[in-house]
Design a protein around this ligand. Sequence first.
Ligand code: GLU
Length: 437
Amino acid sequence: MNPKMNIKVRFAPSPTGYSHVGGLRTALYNYLYARKHDGKLVLRIEDTDQSRWVEGAVENLIEALEWAGIEYDEGPELPGGERGEAGPYRQSDRLELYQQYTKQLLDEGHAYYCFCSEERLEKVRKQQQELNRRSMYDKHCRKLSKKERQNRLKAGMPHVVRMKIPEEDGTVSFTDEVREEVSIPYENLDDQVLIKSDGFPTYHLANVLDDHLMGITHVIRGEEWLPSTPKHILLYEYFDWDTPVFAHLPLLLNEDRSKLSKRQGDVAVGDYRDKGYLPEALINFVALLGWSPGDDQEILSMEEMIDKFTLDRINKSGAVFNLEKLQWMNGMYIRETDSKKLVNLALPYLQEAGFDVSDRHKITLIIDAVKDNIRYFAELPDLTEVFQPKPLKIDEEAEPELAEMLHKDSSKKVFSALADAFEKHDATSPRTTFFRL
Ligand code: GLU
């Protein structure tokens, strides 16, 4: 890599749901790469699919990044501002730009209008399926005469704009920093829709235009986008722009090696935050999902990760999300946390479980007593249950003699004296709590 190159990377989530651990890893790798090379990280919101837009998702994404300590240099800010010179950073605010560049592609013969109805496309798909062929647009409208096209446009017929994949034999080849040499024949590529019938661009067009216009030098993103990259490269060629460097990150997998999914456990960053995982621990864990520092060090601070991060240490094979390892790691971070901070973090969980937290000293002793066993704070109510005073319930009907004995003044005196003795010994002893009842 040219040492003088100004590195600029981006995290480009679509606000179609809440921030998940896969997105967090992508954001983190981009952040580490940017910091390591004194570059810049852009946050770009890819919100051109209006049908999948989820209320509150942008806020959730930004909050998750802040919580995790991933600072971006350019991008939208809450409540509604932004920082950086290459904005706007929400794609829905850039629609004119997409139209302008689409016109260029149409004028230069790299794209065409397509008027096919959903019904026609469905029919084509079915026919292809029956013949066991790859499902692709049959280029019907690519063959329309100029006159026919103009008539349809004049008549206001609904349409999309598609890119032209070259019809001759050939391949798109590129070197991916992770996957190495990738080569896809033109015949496997579809005439991709660039502008939808609602006038919004598809992901492919907006993503390529913005990466170029925002000066992105390295595209570091999930492997699910690898099959789209050849189309993106063709678009760069049509515009006569340099392509960025690509690095596609390995898939995240469940323990059974299926694609990581909600069905098998938590995937939302917020779930981990709410259960009481420390951001440093989650970040450390996520960093090792598909990357290794080159030695067997497993506990790494953000600074250490920045220092050690290189794209060539990213694995090709899928990374298994091992919850037990995350819990172990979180426990390690918890044990390293200073007592005062730990108590502050723990208090809400104890409070919610009905603990009286007014005596901070006592809570500190309790946390200290269970510290070695905490994996995440939501476990605290169970771990500390033994310290929780609970009224002693005697079934008076079933055990009348015991009830009578306990109600005697002499018994109360004995228990009270015992409680005092224990109190002097250790205020947080569960036995003390018991005898106070
Ligand atoms: N908007 C895409 C996503 O949600 C971004 C893919 C990319 O980084 O190019 O993952």
